[in-house]
Design a protein around this ligand. Structure first.
Ligand code: GLN
Ligand code: ZN
Length: 764
């Protein structure tokens, strides 16, 4: 029997009970010192290493107080200059780089936070390294040292984890437009020094993450890989070149032949590539296979995985390593904390801790024979089978409805020009109509009511009554402000995805299934485990109640199918496209019910549409096609006089604008306040015909925008689009703000619209 090495690539750092989050936030509020945060971090690491015990190599250095890419910038001495000040200690500089310093905190010298963006196709966000032509690097390995020293003192078999030099450069941005690859020469000696120091401190293997190898790379980036790893070859430590989130495609040959000691592949998403890798890999190298899905929550089919692995193990012998496909950062920590998940769903799941257990089981089956884990395998087999056969997963009625779908039903009855005339007749909106994106402040009181209901302290009728009061208040405020199209304020929604997941069949919610989104922020994605259907209307009673309070139109508000999909843990037993179409059909019923109830404007939010873009450009068009088709399925069953809005909160539209246009929404509201309307270029170049509401007020900032600022933004917008197309709105929902911030900002917004109506009358 061969010996097989097991290891892990990274572990969630936030803590099963979000201990790190609470420690950080109390420190940021000034209630505790940094030492309290560091103590929590030390305890969490010790606990997490304990959970990983029994593996041959345990990651060290994957723990971060905010973000591991920011840690890398700090270790390489290239945090943004503006975050530094002689008076600040290390962690103050680090947090200032991460979070900026608000205008309100220091009006004389606000500091912009580093840009944040999505970590590949996950919902984790990293802080973008900033470079310019003069960037210099200098090793400051304090943080990894701290972790390494602790690991050694605890006797952990540690494997330091670094983000590799090529990915580090590629994930960053040159602020002056210079070529960041030119920095590689200066960067490599610092990496060499870092690796040498790790070697001196007793590291044998170092995991060096180069996830950009799963992207399409041009010749200069491929060359950078060669240069980097031929330079680092001189370092005595063994490098495990680690890739994840997809196949390497045409980069496989390159990756297999770099002068490193081993290569890790994501054998969940790129299983088909493993046999090619085997043939390309020089016979001295280790091949680490990520066989447990680090991106999803389902139990592994251990039988099938073993059948597949056995011949590989025989061929590779001790050169085979096994691991999760990627860091376990992206899944919740421990299923054992879940007490309320319905049976048998709970049996189908594996979170971080359980995934490591699957890994140990696989290795034992391969090294000591399946008999040595026969009972464990049998249990797993039953769980996997029960999921496959479950009537709560497979609902013939849902499948039949989908099979009967006719694509013609995804198109509006008439073209936009015809529809808008009918809508205008019905709605009687002024020029420069004002509206908001949907949510109003989720006050402590709203959250308290929800908690009291969950804890059984008030009954659902009392909760319903409390929410109606919130809605009435919200409508009153909007009427006083003089907004044109009102919203009910979404008080009843804990979260825009969770609210729908709670009501649709096929979804379940966890109690503790948190994953880090950025910094101390976590999300709790619902589990989308079965065919989706809508047992009853979900939003109609709130919408009609809100409408009954005003003669102005009140928008009905839904979360779109693509966003429900992209912000959930999704079943892996059918194509995501199919699951999304089921969601779309369920939402279509809701849209039609809203319309039948007299709601004249229905907004379907798709903030996560762009997030689902596949990493490889070659796969993107296919995704956009089905994602947009799903939106149309949900939205476009309505009559001409019903106005469909959608909202997306990002500013990169250039590459997707054609698809956005195909949604054929009557109005799209988008984030623009921060990008100073640049994105409208895309809409202009595409001759985007429908309504557009470019956000004029950055809701993520506590600063109060002036009337003049908003007028200026809208006039700029009017240079790109015709004034008749334009709406006036904030750039996202207001739920995270306070009422006393929202009211003056919206007052300014209404004043800006009024000014434009008076002064651009001739243009409209
Ligand atoms: N309607 C949602 C809100 O206003 C939209 C949120 C979002 O775009 N993320 O909160
Ligand atoms: Zn938004």
């Amino acid at each position: 029997m061969p010996t097989i090495t097991t290891h892990n690539l990274g572990f969630a750092r936030i803590g099963a009970h979000r201990e790190l989050k609470f420690a950080l936030e109390s420190h940021w509020r000034g209630e505790t010192s940094i030492d309290a945060v560091l103590d929590t971090a030390t305890q969490l690491r010790a606990r997490h290493w304990g959970l990983q015990s029994g593996l041959d190599w345990v990651p060290v250095g994957d723990f971060s107080l905010y973000d591991h890419v920011l840690d890398t910038s700090a270790a390489l001495g290239c945090l943004p200059e503006r975050a530094r000040a002689a008076s600040l200690d290390r962690w103050s500089v680090y947090f200032r780089a991460a979070r900026g310093r608000a205008h309100a905190q220091c009006p004389a010298a606000p500091v912009a936070a580093a840009e944040m963006t999505k970590w590949f196709d996950t919902n984790y966000h990293y802080l973008v390294p900033e470079f310019d032509a003069h960037t210099r690097f200098e090793l400051d390995d304090h943080w990894l040292q701290t972790q390494w020293t602790q690991a050694r003192s605890l006797g952990v078999r540690g494997k330091p984890v670094l983000l590799g030099p090529v990915s580090f450069l590629r994930l960053g941005k040159a602020r002056d437009g210079s070529d960041r690859l030119k920095l590689l020469d200066a960067l490599l000696p610092v990496y060499a020094q870092w690796l040498e120091r790790l070697h001196r401190d007793g590291a044998t293997w170092v995991q060096i993450d180069e996830p950009v190898l799963v992207e399409e790379l041009d010749a200069s980036w491929r060359h950078a890989f060669n240069l980097a790893y031929h330079t680092l070859k001189a370092v005595p430590v063994k490098l495990l070149l680690t890739t994840y989130f997809g196949p390497l495609g045409e980069n496989l040959y390159l990756a297999a032949n770099l002068p490193v000691a081993g290569l890790h592949l994501d054998a969940v998403r790129a299983r088909a590539e493993v046999s090619a890798a085997l043939n390309l890999l020089p016979p001295t190298k280790v091949l680490s296979l990520g066989v447990i899905d680090g991106r999803n929550v389902w139990k592994t089919d251990l039988d099938a995985t073993l059948d597949w692995l056995e011949p590989l193990a025989a061929r590779l012998e001790e050169r085979l390593w096994l691991a999760p496909s990627c860091s376990l950062l992206h899944v919740p920590v421990d299923l054992d904390l879940e007490r309320r998940l319905p049976h048998p769903l709970r049996d189908w799941l594996a979170f971080g801790v359980q995934k490591l257990d699957e890994l140990r089981c696989l290795a034992q089956a391969l090294t000591q024979g399946k008999d040595s884990v026969a009972q464990r395998l049998e249990e797993q087999r039953q769980a996997v089978q029960s999921r496959r056969d479950s009537p709560s997963v497979h609902r013939p009625a849902v499948q039949a409805a989908l099979a009967a779908w006719d694509d013609a039903l995804g198109r509006r009855r008439s073209p936009y020009a015809q529809r808008i005339a009918l809508q205008q007749q019905r709605l009687q909106l002024p020029a420069w109509p004002t509206t908001t994106i949907g949510s109003f402040p989720q006050t402590a009181d709203i959250r308290l009511q929800r908690k009291r209901m969950r804890d059984g302290l008030i009954d659902p009728a009392a909760y319903e009554q409390a929410m109606r009061k919130e809605i009435a208040h919200c409508i009153r405020v909007q009427e006083e402000l003089g907004l044109d199209v009102l919203v009910h304020g979404e008080a009843e929604r804990s979260d825009m995805v969770e609210y729908f997941a709670e009501q649709l069949d096929g979804f379940a919610l966890t109690e503790h299934g948190w994953v880090q989104s950025y910094g101390s922020r976590c999300v709790k994605p619902p589990l989308l485990y079965g065919d989706v259907q809508r047992p009853a209307p979900m939003t109609v009673r709130w919408a009609t109640y809100a409408q009954s309070l005003s003669t102005k139109p009140v928008k009905g508000m839904l979360t779109g199918p693509v966003t429900l999909l992209n912000w959930s843990f999704v079943r892996d037993d059918q194509a995501r496209e199919t699951t999304c179409r089921q969601l779309a059909l369920a939402l279509r019923q809701e849209v039609l019910d809203l319309e039948a109830a007299g709601v004249a404007i229905i907004q379907i939010d798709e903030p996560a549409l762009r997030e689902g873009l596949p990493l490889r450009q070659a796969d993107q068009a296919h995704y956009l096609r089905w994602a947009c088709a799903c939106f149309r399925m949900a939205a476009n069953g309505v009559g001409d006089a019903t106005q469909i809005h959608t909202h997306m909160c990002y500013s990169e539209f250039n590459d997707i604008i054609e698809h956005i246009a195909e949604l054929d929404a009557d109005v799209i509201t988008i984030e623009t306040a921060r990008s100073a309307m640049e994105l409208l270029d895309a809409f202009e170049r595409h001759h985007y015909p429908n309504g557009v509401g470019p956000g004029v007020y950055d809701i993520h900032s506590p600063n109060l925008p002036s009337v003049q600022q908003m007028i200026d933004l809208l006039r700029r917008a009017a240079q790109h689009l015709s004034p008749q197309q334009l709406w006036v709105n904030p750039d996202c929902g207001l739920k995270t703000r306070q009422w006393d911030e929202v009211v003056p900002a919206l007052r300014h917004m209404v004043q800006a619209a009024r000014w434009l109506r008076e002064h651009t009358a001739e243009a409209t």
